[in-house]
Ligand binder design. Sequence first.
Ligand SMILES: *Cc1c(COP(=O)(O)O)cnc(C)c1O
Length: 347
Amino acid sequence: MSVTLHIAAGPWRDRVRRYVDDAAAAGVTVVPVAKGNGYGFGNAVLAAESAALGVTTVAAGTYEEVPAVAQAFGGDVLVLTPWRPWLDGGFGDERVVHTVSRLEDLRALATGDARPRVVVEVLTSMRRHGVAAGDLAEVAKLIDGVRFEGFALHLPLTGDHTAEATALARQAFEAAPAAPRTVWVSHLTPAKAAAVARDTGAEVRLRVATALWLGDRTGLTAKATVLDVHRVRRGETFGYRQRRARRDGTLLVVAGGTAHGIAMQAPSAATTLRQRATALARGGLEAGGRALSPFRVAGRQRWFAEPPHMQCSMIWLPADATPPAVGDQIDVEVRFTTTTFDTLAWG
Ligand SMILES: *Cc1c(COP(=O)(O)O)cnc(C)c1O
């Protein structure tokens, strides 16, 4: 009785597997990413699903996320956030592959005794992390001091960056001809990653989450439980803020609040002047502070009666709409990257 992610298990798993298999057929190895809120599923679930897929490596976002991922997945865990000197003690687990994105960090690791497993990230037009292409000759001198497992390229989402990836991979391999020809890419399609593999002769590993886990959302439905239903008469007050009802209606208390990451911000469609005006014209709504909620009741997205609470929300239902019953499940529109579900229901 909560905020639930319903998953059509068979079709969802089939599609995830097809993504991995199709990439493999094109010569690209998929590295599933499990990080942050676990794209709605949670990292432990994604790690377990990755294990079932039979992949050799999963990528976690941060060092803090590694234990949960490594517990549910028995293979290697690549950490996407680059290693930094204050993460000194991070070399205990032989399954962990570190990302190194600065010459000084690579130098520190190469001169130490740990000989960690390392992927060197090269700066792309994304400009988040990475050693400059001009420093690749320096990188080449240091990689014998670590267990070098390839170069990483994090590419922007907009535009076609296949040529950029190919050019950077070639530069990297030219600078370090004796190094394994492996490149870990992000945000290329499997087809484009395959083109990089073909044009560079490299083994390409595609780090991917959204296109893998959320590539087809038809089998993913978010539902919220109706926890309470109150008839409200015009003039009566409600909620923390003691707003006054401008008309008769129904107050719905539904599962899902700020703790779920639900309704942290009004959907952009709700913020247009026209919608505000429409809302005002309908009456019962104040001009300021009202937001269209992500909850759907009787086929329509409904307005918040007041800002969401920690674990539930108060929704205003006009008198002409038939209220749901306590215990009913209503649709809620979510962003999977910001929502924490109470439960997953595999159907
Ligand atoms: C998060 C992340 C990914 C996965 O991103 P999606 O867009 O969800 O596929 C890949 N690479 C890096 C470096 C990331 O940080």
